[in-house]
Design a protein around this ligand. Structure first.
Ligand SMILES: [Fe+2]
Length: 384
């Protein structure tokens, strides 16, 4: 076995009502917290109120930075950093979906490191440790509370920058399934498919390890058995628990073994046409897995049992394709749009997206390497 490394947050707190432990966890890490969140949803859902109660219970100071829009940009991070410095905050708390997490990670890093956040694009090493970060997700999809990644939009260059630094891994992740029950069905399905894509892609990734694969399998098992019920029965707590735990496992797998061609192809859909990340992955996942199947049939076959497929008597090939079919069935059962045309991507846009996906770093992790941009364009066309 080759050398492998494995990283997860120092502490993970999981369970219904665990938001109540936030104050105690945060007070172990600092004296004044900067709470990074969006403008509306955590206020409307009551999550912010619960967090504030928990902070007041331990008498820790805090200030709220609620200026985070979807797809946070360089300006948002810089404003958040200025407030943290002015208010002398020494711990950062992320409350919300992927955008709040992305912004909070970048702010926690920028406060202790010089320059602009744009200087840290890619895997640029940070000189100093970030401020400690406590991440509390209110959606079940990105797994960002257990990853070292942050995506920040650079509005000057009109690109989405991927920042990847071990220093941006949250110190503590607090996962409370109750915070996710207010998610509407479309968002539950889209974010759930993002998580399923993390789990499946990390499992077949060229960077997969036995450690990350354990997490992928657990993620696949829970997400596949519960995504449809969580989508259509919003208050089914068992399904919500499965989804939150599953997406966390998928995030850990992604953090350690990376995603592949589905993500390489979904990112241009977000960058050029503002298609939500989870929806883009959902549309692509069945088609790309069908394309991948001949290159990783043994690995796909290993997933079959976790998906609840009866595999007795099936050949490796048939097991692999039964996984592709099962993913397609879950997608067909979802309320998500079913083609690129339906989400208003013009056919003439496919060539540019294919170029971007072909040169994207995640494509290199895919078990089957497309031989040309044309091959990627054909894949987009198959879901057009
Ligand atoms: Fe993703």
């Amino acid at each position: 076995m080759s050398i492998m490394t494995f990283q997860i947050p120092e502490k993970i707190v999981f369970g219904t009502g665990s938001i109540q432990t936030a104050g105690a966890e945060i007070s172990k890490l600092g004296e004044k917290a900067l709470v990074v969140t969006g403008r509306n949803s955590t206020r409307k859902s009551g999550a912010l109120r619960l967090l504030e109660e928990s902070l007041r219970n331990v008498s820790i100071g805090y200030c709220i930075f609620d200026d985070v829009n979807p797809d946070p940009d360089v300006g948002t991070v810089e404003r958040g950093g200025e407030i943290a410095l002015k208010e002398k905050c020494d711990v950062v708390v992320a409350l919300g979906g992927g955008s709040a997490m992305d912004a909070a990670k970048a702010i926690a890093m920028l406060v202790t490191n010089a320059g602009s956040i744009a200087d840290y694009e890619g895997a640029v090493p940070q000189k100093n440790s970030s401020l400690p970060l406590v991440a509390i997700p209110t959606t079940a999809g990105t797994g960002s509370e257990v990853t070292r990644y942050s995506v920040i939009t650079d509005t000057e260059r009109n690109i989405k920058m991927l920042l990847a630094s071990p220093g941006m891994l949250p110190t503590v992740a607090i996962l409370d399934p109750e915070l996710t029950i207010t998610m509407p069905s479309h968002i539950t399905a889209a974010t759930g498919f993002d998580a399923l894509t993390h789990a499946v892609e990390a499992y077949i990734s060229k960077k997969a390890t036995p450690m990350s694969q354990m997490y992928s399998i657990e993620a696949i098992r829970r997400i596949c058995r519960s995504i449809t019920e969580a989508t259509y029965a919003a208050h089914n707590m068992k399904a919500r628990e499965d989804m939150l735990f599953g997406q966390m496992c998928a995030g850990i797998a992604n953090n350690n073994s990376s995603v592949a061609l589905v993500h390489a192809m979904s990112r241009p859909m977000g960058a050029h046409y503002s298609i939500p990340h989870g929806l883009a992955n959902a549309i692509l996942l069945p088609a790309v897995m069908k394309y991948n199947a001949p290159s990783c049939s043994h690995r796909l076959a290993e997933i079959a049992e976790a998906m609840g497929i009866r595999t007795a008597g099936l050949s490796i090939r048939d097991r692999a394709y039964s996984v592709v079919d099962a993913i397609e069935t879950l997608y067909n059962d979802s309320p998500l749009e079913k083609s690129l045309r339906e989400i208003n991507i013009p056919e003439k846009g496919l060539a540019v997206m294919a170029h971007d996906a072909f040169v994207n770093g995640s494509t290199l992790n895919n078990p089957r390497m497309p031989e040309s941009e044309e091959e990627v364009r054909e894949l987009y066309k198959s879901v057009y």
